[in-house]
Design a binder for this molecule. Structure first.
Ligand code: ATP
Ligand code: MG
Length: 413
């Protein structure tokens, strides 16, 4: 029997319905934000990725599906199955002279990508990405607009609480100064860095910070090394651009944290970079990665054009959607007094707890049955509890029931 290739997956039945639903949401959210869909070919000239993704990246060095067509004939060309889609979209942007339209030019895409990686949970050889690319705007509002599109889409599929990590790499000049100081401080440790980092040391030292190797990590933790790595190195202009991005995010109520070690795997980023992560995904924790790439259009032969975008891994998104849907809520309030149940659910939600209650005051047994299916704890508000001001809490995993006298204790269980 011939089986599917390692790292690939058939999608059918119920799974295909979830995929459809995820895609419908993407289409809605991105089209509402005026991104139009772009479909580019799944294979391109190898050179596009070598130049566009960068030849110091793992993708270009180790992960590409590259082959020659045309055999020994004179016009044989090396082509590659796309490992990501930014380079292809930029190629199309230049080829069709889209720069002529008034900016911003905003695109979203969905499709399969190919990387020759070791298959494991959250990592396949053929996987899918949903992404957006926006051209023509250098202002921080564009960075915020793109991050907002990612967050809104995640919200639409029930993943509104993921962590956004943010950093600024600065411009070419700040990046160069930083690269030089990193090289200098790591020079005495060069022998002990992993082989990949030895190569990165020459070709793209910033990428060293992205290394997951334990020995390399230990070196980064040395006080004198750490001090240089954590130094604020970006110039005033880049700092103020970054501050504006964070101001926009604050105004939009989008939570983020600064991660100074976030450099991203691709060579082309400058200024803002970001990742959206979830601890529920284990070691493959990133669902989304993106940032600004103001130099790429020019580097691939177009006119200088600022740009910013992101790509999301649909398989990781899919796992999260399933995990979150299967996850039990924190509290279910069981009561025949709907007003009291509603008030308690409200108080719990204000404490950032996930809480629900029965809206039609059904029989206790029915409510408890529902609670045991969907919640970790049932808070029982019978007449005694309401009159005497305490809570009976049933742990729905082990069946134990206890009395709790204050709300503060209730939220600490
Ligand atoms: P990672 O550090 O996990 O390898 P990356 O930096 O290589 O990620 P990007 O190139 O930024 O990833 O791609 C964006 C997103 O695509 C990732 O955040 C992830 O969700 C998804 N992704 C990347 N590679 C794979 C893969 N081999 N299988 C499944 N999803 C992937
Ligand atoms: Mg990778």
């Amino acid at each position: 029997m011939i089986k599917a290739q390692r790292g690939t997956k058939d999608i059918f039945g119920e799974e295909s319905l979830t995929w459809q639903w995820i895609l419908d949401n993407a289409k809605n959210v991105f089209q509402n934000a005026c991104f139009s869909e772009i479909k580019t070919p799944i294979f391109e000239a190898t050179e596009l990725f070598a130049r566009g993704v960068g030849d110091s990246t793992d993708i270009v060095n180790k992960e590409m599906y590259t082959f020659c067509v045309g055999g020994a004939q004179k016009d044989s060309t090396s082509i590659t199955l796309r490992p990501e889609n930014t380079a292809g979209v930029v190629r199309a942007f230049i080829e069709h002279n889209i720069v002529r339209q008034s900016p911003p030019q905003k695109f979203w895409y969905f499709g399969p990508m190919f990387r020759y990686e070791r298959p494991q949970a959250g990592r396949q050889r053929q996987f899918h990405q949903i992404g957006v690319e926006m051209f023509g705007i250098k202002d921080a509002a564009a960075d915020a607009e793109v991050i907002m599109a990612a967050v809104n889409f995640l919200k639409s599929v029930g993943l509104g609480n993921l962590e956004v990590e943010l950093n600024s790499l600065g411009c070419t000049k700040c990046k160069n100064d930083y690269k030089n100081s990193i090289k200098e401080i790591l020079k005495p440790h060069l022998e002990n860095l992993c082989d990949d980092c030895k190569m990165r040391y020459e070709k793209n030292p910033l990428r060293i910070l992205d290394c997951k190797d334990e020995n390399c990590q230990k070196i980064f933790e040395l006080p004198e090394v750490k001090e240089v790595i954590m130094k604020d190195y970006i110039c005033d202009e880049c700092s103020s651009h970054f501050e504006q991005v964070t101001n926009y995010l604050d105004s939009l109520n989008i939570k983020y944290s600064r991660n100074k070690l976030l450099v991203r795997g691709l060579d082309y980023y400058n200024r803002t970079v970001f990742e959206i992560k979830s601890s529920l995904l284990g070691s493959q924790s990133a669902v989304c990665g993106g940032g600004r790439y103001d130099g790429l259009v020019e580097m691939l032969g177009g006119q200088p054009t600022p740009a910013v975008g992101f790509a999301m891994g649909v398989e990781r998104l899919f796992t999260l959607v399933e995990k979150i849907q299967a996850q039990k809520i924190d509290y279910f309030v069981v009561s025949s007094n709907t007003i009291e149940a509603m008030k308690l659910a409200q108080k719990l939600r204000q404490e950032n707890k996930v809480a629900d209650f029965d809206m039609s005051a059904r029989k206790f047994a029915k409510q408890l049955e529902k609670a045991s299916k969907i919640a970790k704890l049932a808070v029982i508000l019978g007449e005694d509890e309401i009159n005497q001001g305490f809570y009976s809490v049933k742990n729905l995993e082990n069946g134990e029931q206890i009395k709790i006298s204050t709300f503060e204790e209730l939220i600490k269980i």
